[in-house]
Ligand binder design. Sequence first.
Ligand SMILES: *Cc1c(COP(=O)(O)O)cnc(C)c1O
Length: 613
Amino acid sequence: MARHPIAIVGDASTTALEATLANGEIMELVSAATEELDGSDHSEPTIAYFSPEFGISSVIPQFSGGLGILAGDHLKAASDLHVPLAAVGLFYREGFFRQSIKGGAQAERYPAMTPEELGAVDTGHIVTVPMPGRDVAARVWRMDIGGTPLLLLDSAVAANSKADRKITDRLYSGDRRHRLEQELLLGVGGVRALRALGWPIRVYHLNEGHAGFLVLELVNEVIHEGRLEDAISIVRRGLVFTTHTPVPAGIDRFERALIEPYLAVWASAWGVDVQDLWKIGADPVDAKKFNMAAMGLRTASAANGVSALHGEVSRNLFAGVGVGDDIGHITNGVHARTWVSEDNQTVFDQVLGPEWAEGSPAAWDRVESLTDAAIGALRHIGSLRLAQLAQDTIGARINPEALVVGFARRFATYKRATLLFHEMKRLEKMLHDDDRPIHFVFAGKAHPADGPGKKLLAQVVAFADSEESNGRFTFIPDYGIDIARHMYEGSDIWLNTPVRPREASGTSGQKAALNGGLNCSILDGWWAEMYDGSNGWAIPTSDVKDAVRRDAAEAASTLDVLDTILSEYHEGRAAFAGRIRHAWRTLGPQVTAARMLAEYRDKVYGPALTRVG
Ligand SMILES: *Cc1c(COP(=O)(O)O)cnc(C)c1O
């Protein structure tokens, strides 16, 4: 497993370090890398990006899933494009859990980490956030992601009570009060941290509603004599909101009895009725709930979903709520240099030119000059690496002749990791076909509190271990950035079977596509707009209302499509290489985070900066 460079250097012997320093070749690489980092833009940030999680690298485990990975890619692309952006999050000393499989079920552990050993630097600033009966303090740590600064708030400071030191202990864990206090710290403390750094921030971007309480502090800065509405209309100009889920369970909501005392702290300071603050986040449906997405939509001047389909679904879902009717969309993308394997990058740099990573259509057009043999060789290296990983982690053997089908994501129930089990007979037959071998590789974590998700995971593990799967269905534990990269590199097919339209975007298929994996997916999220009929496969969806019958129908369709793919793969590798070439040419320009960030810059940040004036 990869380790943080600081940990590696910390453990190295003096002789080893001296030998490294004396090695001219290594030191040349180091100074070139340093120069590259220093070459980044150091203009002061004017845009602040708030997110509860950031997936930066496998050695900085401060994320749980797609939202965090997207946030990490956003920062890297902002750095590449010199967009003057600063990011704000929390530092979780126990991060998100590490997964192992015990007795056929998910086991969780939380290794402790310190900001220092992950390379964070103490800014020397401590901010405080008012909560009922006390102030909570947080230290402000800083990491630089290329040229983009990331501030991380950490409540494990001496000034806090023992309980308050644990507010930032883990990501998405604990009870609702714990979550509420984390989000207050992130929103309010985040704005105070930006002020402490003295940056001229004018635009605030909420990556999902979790940091929405930043509005409290922004209002606090401009409110006069109880004129709450006036203060909000000033704040609104610079506030933009991205919604990430049409699934109600994915949206943060707080019980009225829980949140009111926290809101009352601000209401009494401003001389307003707590009811007026409550109204900002009142759930449109459930009168007892405070809804963070509703709060975002009522206080922002612009909002967007993360794919064309998701934008449409969100406009319906949030009709009449603030800017809900005007929700646009910017489709997610992925940071190419993070997710494309080294081997692929080397070939792309040589044949397509380095601008492929920025999504240049002209560069991607040059894939036409990549021969079938070159494509085959690249795919082969990737599949060997994945086979090695499967061997090393759980002793599984992958037949090099098999069509490798990858599936890795959170075990949220709507993603339907067990969809194919609805057609068990056909699946087993496919797994026993020696003429057209197939191998499924699955990975993913279920949220520790998600009982149904954990049940799906146990079913997948049980099937992988069963006679019936014929050793051709492998579950790799402890899904994270490292394992994800191996899977994108080594899967011929990337399988995605969500209940349409619940996958707001999804990004794992984009990462597979850049590595030459072909998507086989329900037409949901990003795929609904980028599938062109031949750059991968679409799994037909069923209109049946009954969920069990719908799943059975879609399982059958998925196996039909996999059958077609198996024939094509095993009958003619040339046709397959042709498809990969076509997928690269059509998807390469669309799926990069560079394209996404340019859209945020031009359609969201630019107009917001103009509104603020
Ligand atoms: C890309 C990625 C995700 C998001 O995948 P989805 O397609 O949104 O399910 C989650 N976790 C990791 C480690 C990733 O690399």
